[in-house]
Design a binder for this molecule. Structure first.
Ligand code: ADP
Length: 264
């Protein structure tokens, strides 16, 4: 798709010259369409928990509150749908917030970060009888944006636990070289079909919609991971086999801790 701008360069009718500027706006149109799709998806996704919350609240007011067992069940649904709504809003804000050009960099211990990510997962790990293996040095300090790295680790580890199977395994590894961090989260879970693999980083893409929504996933986790890794100048890859498991690998360039003095 092309937009054109035509300007007369010369007012002298004997030497008519015009400048024609052609712009390829295909990319702009694609970005506009993606933004429209995102807004459409957002409205749809927000409506689902809101409809449930207002529906159950109205049913309670209409009389269901008089039966304690029913009331407790409905209030439980309202509470979990509210949590879901909060998670959705947080994820949407994370994706929509304009990015500061330079994220604030600090020293972050990735090993400690992984440990604190695993703590709130103790319950589902126990319920699914998962073996969690953490192949990392006692302390692995890198210079990066703490909130961004934490976002990446949390979403990948959550998925590895959540999409796992009873008795499965989660292996988290990190290796640091002079200028590169390689962080891997591997699970022996349900895996992802070949056709879905390239799509899992898309906003709101879920392989199994009913299952994910029911369990509180927003379909935004991996989109956030991909964008965050990109902001940190890194890359993410995924290898997966349906019914066998998935491996997500993040590589991040590392700043040299002691900058060399420029020879000039
Ligand atoms: P969700 O909130 O649905 O988990 P994500 O963006 O984190 O959203 O993931 C997108 C989809 O990719 C998920 O709905 C799921 O189908 C698939 N997926 C993500 N991680 C894994 C994994 N470790 N194993 C299998 N499938 C996964």
């Amino acid at each position: 798709e092309v937009d054109a701008n035509v300007m007369a360069l010369n007012t002298d009718p004997a030497r008519e010259q015009v400048l024609v500027l052609l712009y390829d706006v295909t990319y702009l149109r694609q970005v506009e369409q993606m933004q429209l799709d995102f807004v459409g998806n957002v409205s749809h996704e927000l409506k689902t928990p809101v409809t449930a919350i207002s529906g159950f609240a109205e049913t309670l007011l209409a009389g269901a509150k008089d039966d304690p067992a029913t009331a407790e069940k409905f209030i439980g649904i309202i509470a979990s749908e509210s949590q879901r709504l909060t998670q959705l809003i947080n994820d949407i804000l994370t994706l929509s917030r304009p990015q500061a050009t330079q994220p604030k960099l600090t020293a972050v211990d990735l090993t400690a970060l992984v440990d604190s990510t695993l703590q709130p997962l103790a319950q589902p790990i126990k319920e699914k009888q998962l073996q969690v293996q953490r192949d990392m040095p006692e302390s692995l300090v890198i210079t990066t944006s703490a909130p961004k790295l934490s976002q990446v680790v949390r979403n990948l580890v959550n998925n590895a636990v959540y999409y796992n199977r009873v008795g499965g395994r989660v292996t988290i590894t990190a290796v640091k070289s002079a200028d590169l961090l390689t962080f891997t989260v591997r699970d022996t879970g349900i895996g992802i079909a070949e056709a879905d693999v390239p799509r899992v980083f898309e906003r709101f893409y879920r392989v199994d919609k009913a299952r994910s929504r029911h369990n509180g996933g927003t379909g935004l986790g991996l989109a956030i991971v991909a964008e965050t890794v990109q902001q940190l100048g890194g890359e993410i890859t995924v290898h997966s086999q349906l019914g066998v498991g998935s491996t997500f690998t993040v590589t991040l360039p590392l700043e040299e801790t002691e900058p060399e003095i420029a020879a000039d």
